[in-house]
Design a protein around this ligand. Structure first.
Ligand SMILES: *Cc1c(COP(=O)(O)O)cnc(C)c1O
Length: 422
């Protein structure tokens, strides 16, 4: 199936006389005829449902759809994108381990790694995604467990060289995890470029309607954990909390990572999305391909308008031919990048704030990447906890306006920008 078809049909195939839409199984528990049936589920010997904190049919239908869209073998939905970022890393790295992450990542991910996960004893090296090969090589340590990057960084819009970082990670026997939130699997499929695990904040384009907060982790099913068994004991040695089963042996390359994340992390930490929210996420996914097309064509027109306007000092959109990442974006995302643009208003921070107050169609919101056009000044909101140096490292200047182009009629969006600039 092509991506557009998967958006509609993958993940759930109704049987004869069954509901056309995925059923909302709004139940915490599931009933069994005997204790023995239940015991097999608890031991992961049989597959089935017993408690929604670990798994629920509605969630699984939607996870299977996203796995198909990303070209992965298994997926796990989480209650937020933050939970997905945390689980994706914590499933492989613990106290005493080391992780390499791009500096061009979402501010919330940076805090999660640099503050909270450091407190858990995990060491991070943040590396400029444009660093030299020598710098990249020097970042690896014997205890490095993974490399983490973002396809199109929110909000810096830096396009990550997935193939280069995948090759470097694999040369050191560790996987590459990619946050593919902004590109979506409609515009980029990181697994095809060598990424091993992909995660998303589904809160953004996947849901697409400002309706539900959520996340997902997808395993490409290609990383050979047993070939690097000493690095990943959590996957390659017996789990005593499951009577000694070994994920990489019992579930293979295709299933080990997601089974461990479900069986250990969901069991112990929770963070499962409600079945109702998964149903709403699925509604968003059904139109994802169609919406991404419109987001990209609208954003292209808006970026071209802004680029010509005398009151705009600079425009950053990877779809503009003059952009530093134009060629790389064409390679990884030939159909388009995303609907998010950043630009600077001549006159700096104060002028940017005044301009934002004059917008009518574009609403001031913390959110990005959904059907509604919205606008934000990161230095005074989402990124306010970062120092000036950290801001610069993350590619966010104080005059930066983040403009998330929705799927309204583009003439209305441009007219709104024009009157506010005037
Ligand atoms: C929003 C966002 C997150 C965090 O997701 P939440 O759903 O808000 O928890 C992670 N990564 C990227 C790129 C994001 O835009």
């Amino acid at each position: 199936m092509k991506q557009e078809t998967k958006c509609i049909q993958a993940g759930y195939v109704p049987g004869n006389g069954e509901p056309r839409m995925i059923p909302i199984v709004q139940s915490t528990t599931f009933k069994y005829d005997s204790s023995a049936d239940m015991a097999d589920l608890f031991d992961l010997k049989a597959s089935g449902y017993f408690y929604t904190r670990l798994a629920n049919p509605t969630n699984d239908y939607v996870a299977a759809k996203i796995a198909a869209l990303e070209g992965g073998t298994a997926a796990l939905l989480t209650s937020s994108g933050q939970a997905a970022s945390f689980f994706s890393v914590f499933n492989l790295a613990g106290a005493g381990d080391h992780v390499i992450a791009s500096t061009a990542i979402y501010g919330g991910t940076y805090n999660l790694f640099n503050v909270t996960m450091r407190k858990m004893g995990i060491d991070f090296t943040f590396i400029d995604p444009e660093c030299s090969d020598e710098e990249l090589e020097a970042a690896f340590k014997p205890n490095t467990k993974l490399v983490f990057g973002e396809t199109i960084a929110n909000p810096a819009l830096i396009v990550f060289d997935i193939e280069r970082f995948a090759n470097a990670a694999h040369a050191h026997g560790v996987p590459l995890i990619i946050d593919n939130t902004f590109a979506t699997p409609i515009n980029c499929r990181p697994i095809e470029w060598g990424a091993d695990i992909v995660m998303h904040s589904t809160t953004k384009y996947m849901d697409g309607h400002d309706a539900t907060v959520g996340g997902v982790i997808v395993d490409g099913g290609k990383f050979d954990w047993m070939a690097h068994a000493d690095k990943f004991p959590g996957l390659t040695t017996p789990d005593e909390s499951y009577h000694g089963l070994t994920y990489a042996k019992d579930f293979g390359k295709e299933g080990a990572y997601i089974t461990k994340a479900t069986a250990q992390l969901m069991r112990d930490l929770g963070s499962i999305p409600s079945p109702m929210n998964c149903y709403i996420l699925n509604l968003g996914l059904e139109s994802l391909a169609l919406r991404m097309e419109r987001h990209c064509s609208n954003a292209q027109a808006v970026a071209e308008f802004l680029e010509k306007h005398p009151k705009v000092s600079w425009v950053n959109y990877p779809g503009l031919p003059g952009n530093k990442y134009y060629e790389r974006a064409k390679k990884y995302m030939p159909k388009g990048t995303c609907g998010v643009i950043s630009f600077g208003i001549a006159g700096g921070r104060a002028a940017a704030e005044e301009f934002m107050g004059k917008l009518k169609v574009a609403m001031i919101a913390t959110h990005v990447a959904d059907a509604h056009t919205c606008v934000l000044h990161p230095a005074s909101s989402t990124h306010r906890q970062l120092s000036d140096e950290e801001l610069t490292a993350a590619g966010v200047s104080p005059d930066l306006v983040r403009f998330s182009v929705g799927i309204e009629n583009v003439d209305d969006i441009i007219e709104d920008l024009k009157q506010a600039l005037d």
